[in-house]
Ligand binder design. Structure first.
Ligand SMILES: *Cc1c(COP(=O)(O)O)cnc(C)c1O
Length: 467
């Protein structure tokens, strides 16, 4: 019997110990799919090994996105990994869980619901998709209104602070809406409501306010924005609405600052987005958009499909997607309850304050973040004569930490900050270790004098005025 060489070598390969196989010393395909399969053990081991060079997500202090969930939830996630969310006929319970999440989040944001089931909203891949949908609803409503009044509707605009997250720039670009940015200034890094309202004109489809600026975590003054806009609307007879981008703050404000009015309690707030995968405490791939009422979501944007076995109404950009994140969101909402979320957010806030104190003790930094906002610490070097924040960021990588440095948008470009986002899984021990490592970096750069370590812990008590 003649066996071809390839078959013989492939079957031998199946017996090989992975690191003794030829796969361990041949290049893996990068540009073209290879002709032949490779054993699953080798594929697993080689990819797993290459991924070791990625950073450790838990030490990525740049990201707001969840990096830890309970093992019980991991089980639910894996059990649903093969369910396509769009097959609602097949998976009616999953659809029901998404509806429950929409209702719960709408309630959390004080939507004026007639009964507990009337919330209008949808789960998305993240806040970016949620913002595209909210933006499209505003654009369509505005166009309908302008057409009805026989006015031109080809030059829509959105007013927002120059601190907007990139997804607003994408929305403006992809859907051809002009983004009118309110400039920042040194020492004030969020949208000034007064300036924003001055920029509103008849073509403004909405003002986008941010609850928790990506740059420094600060909440914009949405109550003041609402009041100024109500007055302007009365005077001009326009009805310019507000969208709140609560990507990171939507799961913080209700627990830490319940008295703060930023949501549907304000009459001009017509839609809100939140990232389930940020402080909603779910792994990446989930966001939510909630509308105040049916009126705020033009019916013509909703598609009805029936070829999957039942009539379904959908308003999303994607068709197929996973179900796991929706299930995981429902897990967190029922597992934690209001008290559970509150405690986690309080821990994050306390740990942010602790880190801030540690950084202040070095006397080398100005703190740029605010105490009420998203639990993060943004800070700048006091003295830039010898070194800058990018060097510190690079050197911290050597310790395993990822702490980004970036410059502020116009007109505050002169300011560079380092930012540490405090997530649920960033404990006080890690905060202390981070301060310790930052002090070592400052010493290596010669910004701080080297003081002998005490039992391996950098001495952070410094002489005033060194920086
Ligand atoms: C993170 C963030 C976004 C984008 O959210 P994704 O869920 O990552 O798509 C939008 N706006 C703000 C303020 C954010 O912080």
């Amino acid at each position: 019997m003649v066996i071809s060489n390839t078959i013989e070598s492939d079957s031998r390969a199946l017996l090989d110990y992975t690191y003794a196989s030829r796969y361990d010393r041949t290049d893996l395909p990068r540009f073209k799919i290879a002709e032949h399969p490779i054993p699953k053990e080798a594929a697993y081991q080689i990819i797993n090994d290459e991924l070791m060079l990625d950073a450790n997500p838990r030490l990525d202090l740049a990201s707001f996105v969840t990096t830890w969930m309970e093992p019980e939830c991991d089980k639910l996630i894996m059990a649903a990994i093969n369910k396509n969310y769009v097959d609602m006929y097949q998976y009616p319970v999953t659809t029901e869980l998404q509806d429950r999440c929409v209702n719960m989040i709408a309630n959390l944001f004080n939507a004026p619901l007639e009964d507990s089931k009337s919330a209008v909203g949808v789960g998305t891949i993240g806040s970016s998709e949620a913002i595209m949908l909210a933006g499209l609803a505003f654009k369509r409503r505005w166009q309908n209104k302008m057409r009805a009044a026989s006015k031109p509707c080809d030059k829509p605009n959105i007013v927002a602070g120059a601190n907007v997250q990139i997804c607003w720039k994408k929305f403006a670009n992809y859907f051809e809406v002009e983004l009118k940015e309110v400039k920042l200034s040194e020492g004030y890094y969020v949208m000034d409501p007064k300036k924003a309202v001055e920029m509103v004109d008849e073509n403004t489809i909405c003002v986008a306010a941010i609850l928790g600026s990506t740059l420094n975590g600060e909440f914009e003054d949405i109550k003041l924005l609402n009041d100024l806009l109500v007055a302007k609307n009365e005077q001009t007879r326009w009805d310019t609405p507000i969208h709140v981008d609560a990507a990171s703050g939507g799961f913080i404000a209700p627990f830490l600052y319940p008295g703060l009015e930023w949501d549907f309690r304000l009459p001009l707030v017509k839609s809100i987005n939140v990232s389930g995968h940020k402080y909603g405490l779910v792994y990446p791939g989930i966001g939510w958009v909630i509308w105040r009422s049916n009126e705020d979501l033009p019916e013509e944007l909703i598609f009805e499909i029936n070829y999957l076995g039942t009539k379904q109404r959908t308003f999303t950009l994607n068709f197929s997607k996973g179900s796991s994140q929706i299930i995981a969101q429902y897990y967190q909402l029922i597992r934690l309850g209001l008290k559970g979320y509150k405690r986690i957010m309080e821990n994050c806030k306390v740990n942010a304050e602790h880190l801030k104190k540690g950084l202040e003790n070095t006397q080398c930094f100005n703190i740029v973040s605010k105490d009420n906002g998203v639990p993060l610490v943004a800070f700048s070097l006091k003295n830039h004569s010898q070194h800058n924040e990018f060097q510190i960021s690079n050197m911290l990588r050597g310790f395993g930490w990822s702490v980004p440095a970036y410059t502020m948008p116009p007109d505050a470009q002169r300011i560079t900050v380092l930012r540490v986002v405090i997530r649920e899984d960033f404990s006080r021990t890690l905060a202390d270790q981070l301060v310790n490592d930052i002090v070592k970096v400052l010493q290596d750069l010669g910004i701080l004098p080297s003081v002998p370590e005490e039992n391996g812990v950098a001495n952070t008590t410094q002489v005033a005025g060194v920086c």
